[in-house]
Design a protein around this ligand. Sequence first.
Ligand SMILES: Nc1nc2c(ncn2[C@@H]2O[C@H](COP(=O)(O)OP(=O)(O)OP(=O)(O)O)[C@@H](O)[C@H]2O)c(=O)[nH]1
Length: 184
Amino acid sequence: MQTIVLGSSSITRAELLTKFGVPFIQRDAGFDEESLRIADPAHFVYHATKGKMQSYLEQYDLEMPVLCADTVVTANGQILRKAKDKTDAKRILEAQSGNTVSILSCMIYKSKTIELIDLSTTDYLFLPFEPKALQDYLESDEWKGKAGACMVEGFCKSYIKEVVGLESTAMGLSVEKLLPFLPQ
Ligand SMILES: Nc1nc2c(ncn2[C@@H]2O[C@H](COP(=O)(O)OP(=O)(O)OP(=O)(O)O)[C@@H](O)[C@H]2O)c(=O)[nH]1
């Protein structure tokens, strides 16, 4: 399979590509999502991904195909981004405890011949987070750099009562949907 560029600084996205056997190099696309003033989660995650791709293409050519992505978590109609600090992480996680949470991931894959845009959602119904476990998670700092301070494969896993959608989407990259389009 041809090597692609992961235009993202995300460790989790790198781990997902590795898990699915996709050869890649990693470059930060260098786009500041904080510049976006968009309230709708789907619009936000699409324009953030588009911004990352545009920023990448201002710096690099398409000799190698490139993949950019963005992820947001929503609960009660609010966008829950990355937590600024532990207090913010507590607020964001408490908004998800015992609640229905949607995690939206958009990805744009671009080569010389094709462009794929995918926006997928994974919906969770979480049981209430146990207060001591939540406090331990907050102390762990594992929530840092994660949309919604959420780790569906980690802290949140034991609280999943119902799920509809891919785990990879919830972790930041719907790899299964990309695989059929990757050059062999
Ligand atoms: N491990 C883990 N990471 C998650 C989960 N949900 C979201 N993330 C990560 O949270 C981050 C969301 O922030 P983004 O702004 O989309 O991406 P980023 O990490 O800042 O990286 P860039 O693509 O360079 O912007 C991504 O790295 C996702 O992979 C999860 O359930 N588990």
